[in-house]
Design a protein around this ligand. Sequence first.
Ligand code: PAF
Length: 285
Amino acid sequence: MLVFNTKRDLKEHLDKLRSQGKRIGLVTTMGALHEGHLSLMKFTKEDSDVLVCSIFVNPTQFNNDDDLLKYPRPIEQDISLLEKIDCDVLFLPNVEEMYSEPEQWHIDLDGMDTILEGAFRPGHFQGVTQIVKKLFDAVEPHFASFGQKDYQQYVVIAKMVELFNLPVELKLCPTVREPNGLAMSSRNVRLTDNGKKQALALSAALRSVSEKVRGGAEFYSKLKQEAISFLENADGVELEYFEICDRETLQPVDRPQNDIKLVALVAAWVEGVRLIDNMFIDQPD
Ligand code: PAF
């Protein structure tokens, strides 16, 4: 695996491969890689000639200094995991490389950056789109894969791609879960075994809503309230939001509508760690 720290060296290498007609697939990460990332990379590798992974803990998407400071950075371990899965290129820039000059960034994300995650993390999606645009410019991938666990992030990045008319295809890969249902996340390393058990309430609430919708429930706002009460009473869980939304617009949906595809989304704190999860829900035909 080749490791590049500068955009210039990366570009020189990738330009050569591009001119040989190689298809480049990108997985952007903030490191602390886990099975979820690795499955994203395996999926990306299958469809590309060159797998590029980026590791960059992006300061502009954190609205809490403590969260940024505590973000895990096990870089040696990450590199050996990437080597094991035969990643071709690692882009590992520092903050100065990505933010060499002071700059303003604000794009119109149709309000999708201020709801759900955006309501609790103001500015987060502006920071995400800012860095993803920079990474797309640096790598110029044919396609980039994102995990469903950060579903709103995927929707917002798709909006940014549309806005700038970027020549990159986006792929969404399913969330990887522990056998007990816990969604894999870099933040899980900060949970004790007991915290991991408590965090299961999130996937349990999502599953229960999904089953009730598939079972023909008529009032989604009632299901949402039931999920909220369940989570508010769950040991060790401090709920931020639970919503049942249209998968495209991320607007809440109250009643069955056959032309709409649903996603249920949740965010909560467990042992001082902020966790998110979501599930796609099929409505009965
Ligand atoms: O999902 C992440 O790890 C980050 O938000 C991303 C997309 C790498 C941007 O920093």
